[in-house]
Write a protein that binds this ligand. Sequence first.
Ligand code: SAM
Length: 269
Amino acid sequence: MYIVATPIGNLGDITLRAIQVLAGAALVACEDTRVTGKLLKHIGIKAKLQRLDDHASEQVRARIIDEARRAPVALVSDAGTPLISDPGYRLVREARSAGVTVTSIPGPCAAISALAMAGLPSDRFLFAGFLPVKDKARRETLEGLAGTAATLVFYETAPRLERSLTAIAELWPDRDVAVARELTKLHEECRTGNAAALAAHYAAHPPKGEIVLLIGPPAEAEAPVLDTDALLRAAMAEAGPGKAAGQVAKATGINRAVLYARALELKGE
Ligand code: SAM
């Protein structure tokens, strides 16, 4: 079973191996047969298509796996690398446990392209898919990643970009942020700055198209404060907020009252 990456905008980005594999596949599992049909037409390939989206039943996956025992089968998504915020995880897992050899034909991935061009630290990064739509859930997701010493990479939609940037500006006014938009396409742009400046820009110029949002890691000074949350959470797994605050105060030398106030906030979350 071949997991095949396809272009994220520029059709010239299909790889030679992707073309070979798709041409030789007895079956191509895809998210949307119309989208993949267009791609295959562009590269002059006729293939049997099978729809496989997030709601595919176990029987659909079993049929694809059965076919893969007899002949080469390919999995593609609408664009980019399958399984990266796209369907395929269950299929791959089940294929592997059925003894089918699974291999990946690498190629375009919006998260990786954005990271490559944004100029943010790339030695450690955390890809976290789409940010939640609702303000509270979005804020909680961001807060949960506050202490992560890595560049954070999210997929985002144009209508939600400004609100996400505003939330980031409230939490981390000083962090470097990048918005990578319409990668590999005619109107590709990668804009960098702090979140407030980017929010103001996109309020004045509402964005269109597909977006990757990246947030640089915390500065050294930010990290100890944020680690305290993890320490408090760990201590509160065993004890109440008062005792937990006392333990963390002893371990870190941070004021107990400050920690206690924070412990109560964490408990209420
Ligand atoms: N599997 C794909 C990949 O490897 O990039 C991602 C699929 S996910 C459903 C679609 C999201 O990826 C879009 O909403 C956008 O956030 C991001 N994306 C896809 N193509 C993009 C592009 N050309 N430029 C910027 N972001 C893109």
